[in-house]
Design a protein around this ligand. Structure first.
Ligand SMILES: Cc1cc2nc3c(=O)[nH]c(=O)nc-3n(C[C@H](O)[C@H](O)[C@H](O)COP(=O)(O)O)c2cc1C
Length: 139
């Protein structure tokens, strides 16, 4: 199975998180690849069975969290994801609040339903909880 980990990072934390997710997927025997949202092509996404999409948390720290406008712009250009297993991930400092629901909203037309895998990290590390969530998602 092919997996693609697409990230948008400003300062590097979300890239680090994407790297750790990709490493975990490779260790789970998946053919996984990490790529920046700037570099991903429609065909890369079309060829993947599993697509994990990440963005840093933007907002007013305690509320009104949302993906950054650049992420929105690129995400709106993604092809249909309905035949794929899709997950979201983010990094943050205080609270992710409405981040995942806003990511879902942007991609709504392309998804077959509500995305259930929602990974978050404050420091870009993949916690044991995150690993368990990925394990469940893959099973
Ligand atoms: C303009 C701005 C708004 C932010 N808003 C939030 C927020 O609402 N909640 C939160 O927990 N972190 C917030 N953060 C912190 C970032 O989400 C966090 O530092 C993230 O890990 C940065 O990812 P990056 O290193 O990949 O760019 C904000 C950071 C910036 C620069």
């Amino acid at each position: 199975m092919k997996a693609l980990v697409i990230y948008y990072s400003k300062k590097g934390t979300t890239r680090q998180f994407a790297y750790e997710i990709d490493k975990y997927l490779k260790n789970s025997n998946l053919d996984s690849r990490i790529i920046s949202i700037y570099d991903v092509h429609t065909d890369d996404i079309k060829q993947a069975d599993i697509v994990l999409i990440g963005c840093w948390t933007n907002g007013l720290f305690l509320f009104l969290q949302h993906p950054d406008n650049i992420w929105k712009k690129y995400a709106k250009q993604f092809p249909e994801l309905k035949d794929k297993k899709v997950g979201f991930f983010t990094t943050y400092l205080l609270a992710t609040g409405s981040m995942f629901s806003q990511m879902q909203r942007v991609l709504k037309e392309k998804l077959s339903g509500t995305v259930t895998l929602k990974l978050k990290s404050k420091n870009g590390k993949l916690s044991e909880d995150n690993k368990n969530l990925i394990k469940q998602f893959l099973s």
